[in-house]
Ligand binder design. Structure first.
Ligand code: R1P
Length: 303
């Protein structure tokens, strides 16, 4: 029982005050449903410089974020800020050209709220992409790493998108994160990658998200390597946590856009413009790769 003494502040319901309550998210989803005549089956989140993944969408309906009730706004170069609805390989889908990051000033639950909106729209699979630093010494710029697991470093410090009252209509208070990255799609993606021209550079590994916006120090990169992290970025993990919580299977990959420096002699510095350029140079191949995944889902279903 909460304290009922006269001097105790009344407990406020975070749920009813919450900007991202179930009711608010439902409003957002209902608004978006009113613009489309189909149920999206797949949701795609484009990483930095990867917005061109939306180029292969047919019968596009584009909805800029400022037009969407309760939606955050994109503030980062390489994230244009628009939802694109349409079809790839006859599969109805919704694609986020622009995601939200903690360093933009948004709390993690706000960064991840579009995942819940997409769940309410009816998606059955989430495809998450990111630009990332390659920590694994075998990775080169332009390689793709299928994410098999993550290290929720921000979670070690108590930052988690599920912090606060649990919304049972999405999922349980204590969700397991095992199997968050769908193993069947990952196995299939290895074959699909070869067809898309990615044969040499497809790895499977572990991604870690830091809060940013600073890139990691050399000491931090060395530490992350020792922790078994293969790619590092500032996104994805909170989106996947929210997806797993509400029962959405996830297929996710990192594009290695820069090598994470672990050597004090190195003069190499990460730069966001170079991250974007590296992503752009892989546009065509990654479009083909994602299309291959969607074609597989069209033929075989999500489960
Ligand atoms: O993770 P995405 O959105 O692909 O972007 C990555 O690229 C930016 C840094 O260059 C950071 O936002 C980092 O998270």
């Amino acid at each position: 029982m909460p304290c009922t003494g006269l001097n105790c502040p009344k407990p406020t319901s975070l749920e009813t005050n919450n900007e991202y309550s179930y009711e608010k998210l439902t409003q957002t989803a209902e608004y978006l449903k009113s613009l489309i005549s189909f149920t999206p089956q797949i949701g795609i989140i484009c990483g930095s410089g990867l917005g061109s993944l939306a180029d292969s969408i047919q019968q596009k309906i584009e909805v800029p974020y400022p037009q969407i009730p309760n939606f955050p706004q994109s503030t980062v170069k390489g994230h244009s800020g628009c939802l694109v609805f349409g079809y790839i390989a006859t599969v109805p889908l919704v694609c986020m050209k622009g995601r939200f990051h903690y360093y933009e000033g948004y709390p993690l639950e706000k960064c991840a709220m579009p995942v819940r909106v997409m769940k309410l729209l009816g998606i059955e699979l989430l495809i998450v992409t990111n630009a990332a630093g390659g920590l694994n010494p075998n990775y080169k710029v332009g390689d793709v790493m299928l994410i098999k697991d993550h290290v929720n470093l921000m979670g070690f410090a108590g930052c988690n998108p599920l912090r606060g009252p649990n919304e049972e209509r999405f999922g349980p208070r204590f969700p397991s994160m095992n199997g968050a990255y769908d193993p069947r799609l990952r196995a299939e993606a290895q074959k699909i990658a070869q067809g898309a021209g990615l044969a040499k550079g497809v790895h499977e590994g572990v991604y870690a998200c830091l809060g940013g916006p600073c890139y990691e120090t050399i000491a931090e990169n060395r530490l992350l390597r020792q922790l078994g992290v293969d790619t590092v970025g500032m996104s994805t993990v909170h989106e996947v946590i929210v997806a797993k919580h509400c029962g959405l299977p996830v297929f996710a990959f990192s594009l290695v856009t820069n090598e994470s420096v672990c050597d004090y002699e190195s003069k190499v510095e990460p730069k966001h413009d170079e991250v974007i350029d590296a992503a752009k140079s892989m546009e065509a191949v990654l479009q083909k790769f994602v299309q291959g995944i969607i074609e597989f889902v069209a033929k075989n279903g999500v489960k």
